[in-house]
Design a protein around this ligand. Sequence first.
Ligand code: ASP
Length: 487
Amino acid sequence: MKIKKERLMKFFSEQLLTISTLAGVVLGVIFGLILRASSSSKWSSREIMYFNFLGELFLRMLKGLILPLVISSLIAAIGTLNFKATGRIGGRAITYYLITTFMAVILGIILVLTVRPGIDRHKKNSTESVHTTSSQLRTITTTDAMLDLVRNMFPPNIIQACIEQYQTVLKPPSANASNDNIDEWNIGHTYGNGMNIIGLVVSACVFGIAMSTLHGSVNTVLGIVTEVSALMMKITSWVIFVSPIGIFFLTVSQVAEMDDLNVVAGKLGLYLITVIGGIVFHGFVILPIIYYAFTRKNPYTFIMGMGPAIVTAFGTGSSSATLPMTIQCIEERNKVNPQISRFMLPIGATINMDGTALYEAVAAIFIAQLRGIELSFGKVVAVSITSTAAAIGAAGIPQAGLVTLVMVLDAVGLPPEDVSLILAVDWILDRVRTVVNVLGDCLGAGIVDHMSQKDLIVPPINPQENAANASASGSYEIVTVPATKET
Ligand code: ASP
């Protein structure tokens, strides 16, 4: 009995952070519902802004960590690997990303074609609201979106990449010309929409590779980035400490401001269930099976370890903002080697989005069903390819998937305005897909970590661990971080 109690206490103390962040969400929902019930009219945006203030501060802190943490960690991780090992680990990571993303898309397509949420079962309901309010969506083609992604990988100005990114802009040739043939539209570009994370990630990788090929002759720089990365991890742990409060306020304001949930009845409700069911099945059944198949370790213990990051992904709807927490949790709680986690997670947060991929496929086919468009096999294949591309191209920020959905709609001949058909429930789906986007990155890092043990011949890049390890064994001959080893 006593042993059981002790075990229970141990479990609770280990999971305290997960439990408190989860409590942040649950209490946030309850408090948000109380707020809704306590006012007969809708809360004004100013009032919502006040409710959200502490949540906003939390989000700002997380976002502030991204740049210094990602850059320093990536350079330090790759800089301490040898070139061949980087290639092998990178190859495994990309293979995992592509295969799992495509599996998510296929699952989504099978589900939406089986459940058929957009098909009229009772003809009399056929006038379901179809708003085609003009949204602020850009018209982009799949090719342009992919080319933009590649362009952004090579930022001409690294400072600019910290603030903005390149976007192709298409404009109709003249106001009264026919807008049907997009090939005749004028091509321009603009810079905007936040930090160019993919550009920074690629630049940091190149920097790290250059460092590793110079074999020890740039140890001062490597020592500096390694120490900056350790500092950023320390600051991250402080932010994690306040995460339950931040998550609580983010949830309260979201629940207080959301539209009435009765719009979720009917087809939209079925669509919601299809997407959530698919995403949850992919994230909590398929990916864990893959993890188990490669590592023979319990995937759910691993997922429990990622608890705070998963709840934060749900609370913020942003893989990028969650990144500092993801890195911290995977290293501290799941003991994944920092060389793998700091290499794979920033890349994964920008390109590996299983939840988004599944959602894109289901959403496009659902809209086609609503519009009564029969999709040929060829079109379904086009949806699967463009959904994968759209998920890779989506940024790790709230509702980025909704923007890249335009590409998938384009593939089945639907106008961009049709995204308004699913707008009402997108914020919920965004949070759920962000959870699985983050989870997919983590399980992938766990798998690659397991497979890459032989490639990781240098000690961990955490300076404190280095010092401890070095003094414990006295035997790290190939240490490439002298600044920290000397301590
Ligand atoms: N919010 C998602 C993420 O950050 C992207 C999306 O909109 O699907 O991972």
